[in-house]
Design a protein around this ligand. Structure first.
Ligand code: ITT
Length: 182
């Protein structure tokens, strides 16, 4: 049994859908942990270590973000705050008149068991910031994250479809592969 520590219900839905193909039981607890200001990796390491000690259980946490090239990686580690404040319309305004629309989502999974040190697993997906919001599936930045190979934004993909190649799928799959041979 692994406990996924998150306060984001959308992450839980996606993770459950990914884990169902494997023989690993996943439970979810919204423990809340203090996120230091730092990289995704630093946040995942400290969160996983804190939660595994606190609950005395093996846990995973995830720190994720949207990195927009023309904005030098913004909102990156500030993604959650920026989504709540500027929102998708605010991001589209910042990119008004900008040609380079390259962006990537990154997800870092931190795993830790009570008596060991944390391990991290990085997943990415590359795409573009769309000119307008499209689709009402998914959450947060999904309607403005356009995937050229699909011809659709994440907001137009079902959980199953997004889970074929998302940043979260890639980080969780790396974790699952490692965990399965422990
Ligand atoms: P927890 O820390 O409790 O897991 P959170 O929502 O605060 O939940 P993060 O700190 O990892 O999660 O913040 C990442 C933010 O990046 C998240 O709140 C979204 O705004 C955005 N984000 C991450 N993954 C996303 C995805 O798959 N689709 C759309 N937006 C995403």
């Amino acid at each position: 049994m692994i406990t996924f520590i998150t306060g984001n219900k959308h992450k839980v839905i996606e993770a459950e859908n990914i884990f169902k193909d494997y023989d690993i039981n996943l439970e979810h607890i919204d423990l809340g942990y203090c996120e230091p200001q730092g990289t995704l990796e630093e946040v995942a390491i400290s969160g996983a270590k804190y939660a595994s000690r606190k609950l005395n259980k093996p846990v995973i946490v995830e720190d994720a973000g949207l990195f927009i090239k023309a904005l030098k990686g913004f909102p990156g580690t500030y993604s959650s705050y920026v989504q709540e404040t500027l929102g998708n319309q605010g991001i589209l305004k910042l990119l008004d008149g900008v040609n380079d629309c390259y962006a990537e989502f990154r997800s870092v999974i931190g795993y830790c068991a009570p008596n060991s040190e944390p391990k991290i697993f990085l997943g990415k997906v590359i795409g573009e910031i769309a000119v307008e919001e499209k689709g009402d599936l998914g959450f947060a930045f999904d309607p403005i994250f356009y995937v050229p190979a699909e011809g659709k934004t994440f907001g137009e993909l079902t959980t199953e479809e997004k889970n074929q190649f998302s940043h979260r799928k890639n980080s969780l799959e790396k974790f699952i592969k490692w965990y399965s041979i422990q």
